[in-house]
Design a protein around this ligand. Structure first.
Ligand SMILES: NC(=O)C1=CN([C@@H]2O[C@H](COP(=O)(O)OP(=O)(O)OC[C@H]3O[C@@H](n4cnc5c(N)ncnc54)[C@H](OP(=O)(O)O)[C@@H]3O)[C@@H](O)[C@H]2O)C=CC1
Ligand SMILES: O=C(CO)COP(=O)(O)O
Length: 309
């Protein structure tokens, strides 16, 4: 067994939590998955755990933190956050929230181009574990790496997290682009212009520029914006086909974090005076203020400008 059979608890029994648990099990680690629905005592489960992986969606982050705060968490436990979203009330990222609640615990962000269904099929994939506590990130790298899952280290947890979060907005836009059959040129233009928008926001919120050109930034942008497996892409695609948001969400398997992220990001952009043209059109589309066709028209008819302003 790896690392003296480290005991791992995954919080969140959604598809991403199950997938991360499977990856650890492939390495013969002792893994337990805790979900609100199983009726087991979380305190008993984490009593001897060494690593907690939080794989809940953003709306579960604060309730999960509050639950763990009642359990007097040992400060040696490594906390891993795998959520890709922005908390709606505070507009903070999960990394901030976990760090604020458990400042003494080593905290690691896990993010990358990781469509769960592909990983579950054993297809090759890579991800990033990022932390200010290098030892913790190295341990996670060893615990999760395998022949079909390659884990890279990074020392910029905020940038790593924000890349995975912000690309979900772009995945909605990308789904619209494909749903409207706008062609390969349009798709290339959209994704290429999406990257500087992500970098503009991500660096303003504390991420390092180079992180956004890595696996958790550009890598995840390409994966999510090109795959019908992505829930965010599916939302955009189906909006382009004329379905309403409630109709789409009624049938969607799992969470499309980009919907909430778009709304929170618009507030951040307004407060910090950030130029986010793609996000702005996705926001108006999700609010039902404009059609997909008008969103495209609005992006195309903006004032002409230099490419790298
Ligand atoms: N699916 C994927 O391919 C990937 C997903 N992610 C990210 O991981 C996160 C989870 O995604 P995924 O598993 O796909 O989502 P799912 O919709 O499949 O699962 C949602 C998860 O969030 C938890 N949750 C929701 N609301 C609450 C709440 N109020 N309190 C506590 N827990 C709650 C659920 O817990 P419970 O089990 O207790 O119901 C469940 O584990 C998202 O942020 C997503 O962006 C990251 C990489 C890949
Ligand atoms: O983050 C993901 C892939 O890296 C999953 O994307 P969706 O949440 O859009 O399915």
């Amino acid at each position: 067994m790896l690392e003296n059979a480290k005991k791992i608890t995954v919080i969140g029994g959604g598809i991403w939590g199950q997938t991360l648990a499977n990856l650890a099990r492939r390495n013969h680690l002792a893994v337990r998955v805790w979900s609100r629905h199983i009726g087991e005592d979380l305190g008993a489960i984490i009593a001897d755990t060494e690593v907690i992986i939080s794989a809940v969606s953003i709306k579960g982050v604060v309730p999960t933190i509050e639950k763990l705060q009642q359990l007097q968490l040992n400060s040696r436990i490594i906390i891993v956050t795998a959520t890709k979203g922005l908390e709606p009330i505070t507009t903070r990222t999960p990394f901030h929230l976990w760090n604020q609640a458990f400042p003494a615990n080593p905290l690691v962000v896990l993010s990358g181009p990781n469509l769960a269904k592909e990983i579950n099929q054993g297809l090759p994939a890579a991800t990033v574990v990022a932390s200010y506590v290098q030892k913790a990130a190295i341990l996670l790298q060893k615990l999760l790496s395998g022949e079909s899952f390659r884990v890279y280290l990074n020392s910029d947890p905020l940038g790593t997290e924000l890349g995975g979060t912000l690309k979900n907005v772009m995945a909605i836009a990308s789904g619209v682009c494909d749903g409207l059959q706008l062609g390969t040129n349009a798709k290339s233009a959209l994704l290429t212009r999406a990257l500087p928008e992500i970098v503009r926001v991500g660096t303003c919120l504390g991420g390092c520029q180079e992180t956004f050109f890595g696996l958790s930034g550009l890598g995840d942008l390409l994966a999510t914006c090109n795959s019908p497996l992505s829930r965010n892409y599916q939302v955009g695609y189906q909006l382009a086909l004329g379905l309403s948001l409630p109709e789409i969400l009624g049938k969607l398997e799992g969470t499309a974090e980009g919907i909430n992220t778009t709304e929170v990001l618009m507030r951040i952009a307004q407060e910090k005076n950030l130029y986010v043209p793609i996000t702005c059109q996705v926001d108006r589309l999700l609010r039902g203020e404009i059609s997909p066709q008008v969103a495209v028209y609005e992006l195309m008819r903006r004032d002409l400008k230099a490419e790298f302003d």
